[in-house]
Write a protein that binds this ligand. Structure first.
Ligand code: HEC
Ligand code: HEC
Length: 321
């Protein structure tokens, strides 16, 4: 099950004579922007406005922020949310923190670029339910031509431009200045003694680092590493069966594998997992302590005190204030 262990053991790469371990925990570098859609202030600002824009949903009740809002760590605090048609979705809304670093998007990694991804919720019948052909007209009526002109040099509103602006905004959503980041830069008082113990458990007895490695606490952002893993989480099948990666590859061996999520900002994004069935970080730690579900992972045998330390590290250590 621990498909990452082998790669973890031989993960050092040399860059200009310096050995950099891409699996090491630490502070991420700048968000990569594609050459075809570089960052500009005007584009990011347009993207932010579109992200909050109710006119992007058919009934005008379901902006992106309905499922990805800042106080909930760009998730929504619900097990699964309902979309524009008031039907329940079958997956929990993931945080967007650090999504700009992810080479594969969604819980099952089925999409590769944000430019492609951001139009999908707009069209999705259960999310925002708006035909993309209606987009330009909706936005012209909502007086967006000026903002498009500032961002792109002309008033023309197209779905490609909407995608470029939304993707640019999503790339600005990061949480790279947590107490843990201050701690690794030398401010040893940034983490409490309990959180420091939790970090040691994260890397040691808790075995979290096997999958949640690298600057985003997931090997999914590390080139060449396997982004997917299976924790055996008991399916809730809120709406129909859902086998994660296996449904994408159509290979039963990939059933119930999910992209390993980033843990930055995790203190604000409860509930947890692709189906939102674990309500708190204490529940998550209990889940791993018993070896996940279906015996997918080794049992950890953490003491009560060690569990508290691990929760403290996740909750206060890698979540910004
Ligand atoms: C009704 C709820 C809902 C709305 C509205 C919504 N999303 Fe999402 N979003 C989700 C869910 C659920 C997923 C995960 C789906 C999956 O994995 O199959 C998701 C996934 C994503 C991801 C992938 C994150 C990652 O790390 O893989 C991005 C990016 C995203 N949404 C951006 C947006 C944008 C931009 C909008 C508005 C245009 C939007 N979402 C509107 C529920 C919503
Ligand atoms: C074998 C790989 C693996 C190991 C080991 C592992 N995780 Fe995970 N983790 C995952 C995967 C995959 C998911 C997503 C599972 C899902 O959604 O069904 C996940 C999800 C999570 C989440 C929820 C993230 C969210 O946004 O909902 C947290 C928190 C978490 N893990 C913390 C930990 C901690 C703490 C440990 C160590 C005790 C640990 N993980 C060990 C692979 C792993």
């Amino acid at each position: 099950m621990l498909r990452g262990l082998f790669v973890l053991a031989c993960a050092s790469v040399g860059i200009a004579g310096i050995t950099v371990d891409p699996y090491a925990l630490g502070t991420p570098g700048p968000v990569p922007y594609p050459k075809s859609n570089p960052y500009t202030v005007a584009k990011a600002e347009l993207g932010r406005r579109l992200f909050e824009e109710r006119a992007l949903s058919k009934t005008r009740q379901t902006p992106c922020t309905w499922c990805h809002n800042e106080p909930a760590g760009f998730s929504d605090g619900r097990t699964v949310n309902i979309g524009d048609t008031k039907e329940a979705l079958n997956r929990h809304s993931p945080t967007l923190i650090g999504a700009g670093y992810q080479p594969q998007l969604f819980w099952d990694g089925r999409v590769k670029t944000l430019e492609e991804q951001v139009l999908m919720p707009i069209e999705h019948p259960k999310e925002m339910n708006l035909g993309l052909a209606d987009l330009p007209d909706r936005l012209r009526k909502a007086k967006y031509e000026g903002l498009f002109e500032q961002a792109f040099g002309s008033k023309e509103i197209t779905k490609e431009r909407v995608a470029m602006a939304l993707a640019t905004y999503v790339r600005t959503i990061t949480e790279n200045e947590t107490p843990f980041d201050k701690y690794v830069k030398g401010d040893k008082a940034a983490l409490s003694p309990l959180a420091i113990q939790g970090l040691a458990i994260f890397k040691g007895k808790g075995q979290c680092i096997t999958c949640h490695s690298g600057p985003h606490f997931t090997r999914a952002t590390i080139p060449g590493a396997d982004p997917f893993a299976k924790t055996g989480l008991a399916p809730s099948y809120v709406i129909g069966e859902d086998h994660g990666r296996g449904d994408v590859t159509k290979n039963p061996k990939d059933n119930d594998f999910w992209r390993i999520p980033s843990l930055r900002g995790i203190g604000r994004t409860a509930p947890y997992m692709h189906n939102g069935t674990l309500e708190s970080l204490a529940d998550v730690v209990e889940f791993y302590d018993r070896g996940g579900d279906e015996g997918a992972l080794p049992k950890l045998k953490l003491t009560k005190q060690e569990k508290a330390a691990l929760v403290e590290f996740l909750e206060s250590g890698i979540t910004g204030q």
